[in-house]
Each structure stands twice: as structure tokens, then as C-alpha cells.
Design a protein around this ligand. Structure first.
Ligand code: FAD
Length: 569
């Protein structure tokens, strides 16, 4: 019936999917439907409150995927959180709004993705953004910006929380980190990220609520007659036209929802936006992927792309925390983004040459552990490029988040560009089963070493004046567990028993040339198909130094324009 026929079917009403749904439905003569497994969270306090980070973890709106045992990371399974809701992971995330380093977006184009560079993406960061100029009070507490870096007309509200940490904090942090060689960065959102900064968040300051993808891109537009969302419904697989010659033609999507199993027909395109841990699974269940994986579960291969689900890149997060000597109110948004030079000082060349000497070995191991699904030479190119970004272009090496709140002063950190590469694949032909997720955390020694070295840098910062005057005892790890003169082995064992996923998985359906291990091309179309695209964190080919959403909103905005260009004249 006509109820189940649309021009565009979008799988996943999350961060990216809702951008695409919004922009495509601006074309009045096309119909757009979004299939979303979760429900509305518009009235969910755990989502809307701006001070509620973590409240939705483990609830019904958290997929809480479990990884395989992390053999290089102490053997434990890790939980990878992701939002199951209209709005996706933007409804449960930390709201930090930081983009990327200019050179690392330019690297997308250098790797073969024509048109994907910083200068082309920048207007789309602005297009998505509705920047809220700081008040005088917020400015006094450290909220600062360059006007030319921000958009004011977009759907997504970006700004600082109503209640920020006391104004005495920033000068103390600044003076402390200056001594460690890290300068203040007034606005990290212009493509140059190194430094100490007070970053904005995705929130609506006046309403004092989180601004997620649903509040920004969906709810204000839900009455468009050509835009529909079908929630509490799982997309199982893409269905194909039988007799197509050449490229595969999608005709719709099989879903499971309130009425059982049904088909939603797409007359133009199917857009997969289920997130980087789910989109590759949907491709595999639809016959797009590595034949070795598919035939194991009796799935008829439709398009042979062995790299589907490979190239998974996430970061690892640890925390150090201290007793506070004061009582702090307000939501802190302090981040330190040091370069490798600033972390390593005169030991930089020792560290970098060790990495360089082993790049070939890492590439070989990634290829072997993928059972040949990714080519050693392609991995080597990617690792070499990453090496150059870190050690020659001096992109930020780590992010350190500083959290003075109540009577404690804690920090969380993650090295930004690990060399480890993992994968995500189906482990059943049943779409309701979770995939096998293996980020291969700490697969290579420099990743573990970086995790130690940044921890030591943070400890040094907390013992440097004037910051040291604000804090008392170290709660975690605590000198009784990791003494001041602890060996690397002691640090490493603390790290392995306390780290978590940083929840920034990317790369599992990478945008790259097909012979370089790509799954989608620069038009985000899946190779070997006529009308299937992926638009979400899966297509980001290399990890970035910013938190992901700002870049995903920009990518989805640009992708929407690329798609629309095909249908309007
Ligand atoms: P998602 O937003 O996850 O969207 C995927 C959607 O698809 C979901 O709604 C999901 O329910 C749906 N879906 C999945 N499978 C199916 C199916 N079979 N059928 C139908 N629907 C399906 N980024 C930042 O910028 N700042 C931060 O502070 C920050 N903090 C974070 C904290 C946490 C705890 C987490 C988990 C992430 C954080 N991130 C942060 C990362 C960022 O939020 C995500 O990378 C981003 O939201 C992912 O967007 P996406 O479009 O790729 O996928």
C-alpha cells in the first residue's frame, strides 16, 4: 500500500540520519521516511538535563554493545555505548562541541576523496550551527570565540551552559599549563585545536536543555507532510531488485516493528545511518561485504567489498581524580589538547622513531588479523598518513578533560589517534543479534605507551602551581596503587584494568577509493550499488581530534547537498 512507499528510506534516526531526513524533505515533491529502533526521548529527563551525563547509561535508550574480549587490553570485554532513540547517540553523549584539525580533514581528500577537504566542509559546520553568543557572565568565566568560525542560522544550538565554573578557574589552568608548554586557545573550532580551551556544548542555553539531533533537526519539522518517522522499528536488511544488470539496485528495506516483518519500499534511495557499529552489519545482512563472512551465515553475496566492517578505530579513556580544596559549581567545559611535542618534550624523537620503525609491522598485523580482508599496503598508507599528522603536522595528540565539580577535581583523557585497528562483523544471520565488535584496543605498544605518558603528563599538571593549590589527595589511581616513581609496567596494568571505550568508533564503512579499502566513494554511495549510501560515523576514514558530532553534522549536511543535487535542477 502507499503507506509503505517512499522516495527515500533512511535507516537510523540518529545524529546523521535526522540531518539527511530534514534536508531531503526540504524537497517538497519527494517523500522521506526514517526507520528508527528507538523511541522519542523528548520528555526523558536523563536526556534533556544538561548536567545529566551518564544518567541514561544502562537504560533502555543505551544499546550498550559488548565487545569481544580485548586480548591486548587485559582480556576484559568493554561496553560501547550508543543511543537508541530518535536522535541517536546525540541524546546520551557528553555534548562537547569541537570539530577537527584542518589538516586531518584535508587528508580525506589526499587519500582520494575528491572534494572532501576542510575548506569545503567548513561552510557545512556553519550551516548546521546556531551559535549562542556568550553573555557577559559567561565571557568572564572563559567562554570565548571568533565570530567567523561560527554559524548563526543553523538548526543546532551551540554554546556554553547557563551555569559555568567560577571565573577564577581559567586563569589558574592557563598559568599551570603554560608552564607545561601548552598555551590558551581562544576558539578550537577554526581548524587549529592545540591548546587549553573552554569549549562550547550542544545545548539550548535559554531552555537549559541538551540540543540533540532530534531537537535540532526533527521535532521542529515533524509536521512536514513528506517526512515521516517510524520508531520502535528495526531495519533488518536492504532488499534488491532481482534482474538488475551491473550495480545492485535497492528497492526497499525489510523491517520488524509493531506489525511484525514488513517491507518499506524506496523508489529512489536507501540511506544507511545506523551508526558505525550497526551500519556495516546492515550491509552484511544485505549481502554487501566480505564473501568469507557472508557465506558463513548463508547470506548470498551481492556485492563483494571485503573491507565492510574493517578499519574500526576508537580511542581509550582513563581518568585521574583528586580531592578538591574548594567547592565548585557549574558545568565545566575545560579541555587541554596538547601536541605530541608538548607531551614528550625532548623524548619526542625517541618515541616517534620507534613508531616509524614499526609502521610496516603494524600494517602487516592489521592485515593478518583481518584475514587478508584489508591489504597491508593500504593500511600502511593510512598509518603513514597518521604518523605525519601526529609528528609532522602536530595535530593534538590527546584530549584531557578537566572536571572541577563539587568537592572533587577529576580528569578524563584519551590519546586521539591510536594506531590499532579493529573490526565489526555479523555473528549471526539474525538481525536482532548484536555484531561481534573488536576494537583491538592497545593492539600496538605505542597506543598503550601513549596512554601511560598522557597520564603522567596529567599527574605533573596537578602537581604544578597554581593548580596544585586547589587539590588534595589523588583518589585515582592514588599513589598507593601507582606510586610517583611507578614503572611503566605498573602504569600499564592500572590502565588495562581501568580503561574504557571513548565511544568514538569510526571507519567501518570508510569513504576511500575502492582499491584502497573503501566501502563508499566521495558521493557516499556504496560501491557496486546504484542507490545505497552510508551517512554516519562509519564513513569517517581516519579518526579525528575533535569529538565526533560537530563533524558528523557537517558531513551529513554536505552529503544531503550532494544527494539533492541529483534530484533538483
Ligand atoms: P547514531 O547517532 O548512533 O545514530 C544511529 C541510529 O540508528 C540510532 O538512533 C540507533 O538507534 C539507530 N539504529 C541502529 N540500528 C538500527 C536498526 N537496525 N534499525 C533502525 N535503527 C537502528 N560526540 C561529541 O561530539 N561530543 C561528546 O561529548 C560526545 N560524547 C559521547 C559520549 C558517549 C557516552 C557516547 C556514546 C558518544 C559520545 N560522542 C560525543 C560521540 C557521538 O555522540 C557519536 O559519534 C555520534 O552521535 C554518532 O552519530 P551517528 O549518526 O554515527 O550514529
Amino acid at each position: 500500500d502507499s503507506d509503505s512507499r517512499y522516495d527515500f528510506v533512511i535507516i537510523g534516526g540518529g545524529t546523521s540520519g535526522l540531518v539527511v531526513a530534514n534536508r531531503l524533505s526540504e524537497m517538497r515533491d519527494v517523500t522521506v521516511v526514517v526507520i528508527e529502533a528507538g523511541d522519542s526521548v523528548l520528555n526523558n529527563h536523563n536526556v534533556s538535563t544538561t548536567t545529566g551525563y551518564g544518567l541514561s547509561f544502562g537504560t533502555a535508550i543505551d544499546w550498550a554493545y559488548q565487545t569481544e574480549e580485548q586480548i591486548y587490553g587485559g582480556g576484559s570485554k568493554q561496553t560501547m555505548r550508543a543511543g537508541k532513540a530518535i536522535g541517536g547517540t546525540s541524546t546520551i553523549n557528553g555534548m562537547s562541541y569541537t570539530r577537527a584539525q584542518k589538516v586531518q580533514i584535508d587528508a580525506w581528500e589526499r587519500a582520494g576523496n575528491k572534494g572532501w577537504n576542510w575548506n569545503n566542509l567548513f561552510p557545512y559546520y556553519l550551516k548546521s550551527e546556531q551559535f549562542q553568543v556568550p553573555t557577559a557572565d559567561q565571557a568572564a568565566r572563559g567562554a570565548d570565540y571568533y565570530k567567523s568560525y561560527h554559524g548563526e542560522q543553523g538548526p543546532l544550538k551551540v554554546g556554553w551552559p547557563k551555569a559555568m565554573t567560577n571565573s577564577s578557574m581559567l586563569p589558574i589552568l592557563d598559568e599551570t599549563f603554560q608552564q607545561l608548554g601548552v598555551s590558551y586557545n581562544r576558539d578550537v573550532n577554526g581548524g587549529s585545536m592545540v591548546g587549553l580551551t573552554v569549549h562550547p556544548d550542544t545545548l539550548d542555553r535559554e531552555a537549559n536543555v541538551r540540543h540533540d539531533a532530534a531537537r535540532a533537526y526533527f521535532w521542529p519539522y515533524e509536521n512536514r507532510s513528506n517526512l515521516k518517522i517510524i520508531s520502535n522499528t528495526y531495519a533488518n536488511r536492504i532488499l534488491w531488485k532481482d534482474d538488475a544488470d551491473g550495480d545492485a539496485v535497492a528497492i526497499g528495506v525489510e523491517v520488524t516493528g509493531a506489525n511484525g516483518v514488513e517491507t518499506i519500499y524506496a523508489s529512489k534511495e536507501v540511506i544507511v545511518s545506523a551508526g558505525s557499529l550497526k551500519s556495516p552489519m546492515i550491509l552484511e545482512l544485505s549481502g554487501i561485504g566480505n564473501p568469507d563472512v557472508l557465506t558463513k551465515y548463508d547470506i548470498l553475496p551481492k556485492v563483494n567489498i571485503s573491507s565492510v566492517g574493517e578499519n574500526l578505530q576508537d580511542q581509550t579513556n582513563n581518568g585521574l581524580s583528586y580531592e578538591g580544596r574548594e567547592f565548585w559549581l557549574g558545568l565545566p567545559t575545560f579541555s587541554v589538547l596538547p601536541s605530541a611535542e608538548q607531551i614528550y618534550g625532548d623524548q619526542l624523537s625517541e618515541f616517534s622513531s620507534k613508531v616509524m620503525d614499526n609502521l610496516g609491522e603494524y600494517a602487516k598485523n592489521v592485515s593478518i588479523s583481518s584475514k587478508g580482508a584489508v591489504q597491508e599496503s593500504n593500511v600502511l598508507d593510512a598509518l603513514q598518513m597518521q604518523y605525519d599528522l601526529v609528528f609532522k603536522s602536530h595535530v593534538p595528540f590527546a584530549e584531557i578533560v578537566l572536571i572541577p565539580i563539587g568537592h572533587s577535581f577529576s580528569s578524563e583523557y584519551w590519546p586521539l589517534l591510536p594506531f590499532s585497528r579493529g573490526s565489526v562483523h555479523i555473528k549471526s544471520s539474525d538481525p536482532s543479534q548484536s555484531p561481534a565488535i573488536n576494537p583491538s584496543y592497545f593492539m600496538f605498544q605505542p597506543d598503550l605507551e601513549a596512554q601511560v605518558d598522557v597520564a603522567q603528563f596529567i599527574r605533573k599538571a596537578f602537581t604544578t602551581a597554581p593548580l596544585n593549590h586547589l587539590i588534595g589527595e589523588e583518589f585515582s589511581p592514588g599513589v598507593e596503587h601507582v606510586p610517583e616513581d611507578a614503572s611503566d609496567t605498573t602504569w600499564e596494568s592500572w590502565i588495562k584494568s581501568h580503561y574504557r571505550s571513548n565511544f568514538h568508533p569510526v571507519g567501518t564503512a570508510s569513504m576511500l577509493p575502492r582499491d584502497k579499502g573503501g566501502v563508499v566513494g566521495p558521493d557516499l554511495k556504496v560501491y557496486g550499488t546504484k542507490n545505497v549510501r552510508v551517512v554516519d560515523a562509519s564513513i569517517v576514514p581516519f579518526q579525528i581530534c575533535g569529538h565526533l558530532t560537530s563533524t558528523l553534522y557537517a558531513v551529513a549536511e554536505r552529503a544531503s547537498d550532494l544527494i539533492k543535487r541529483r534530484y533538483i535542477f
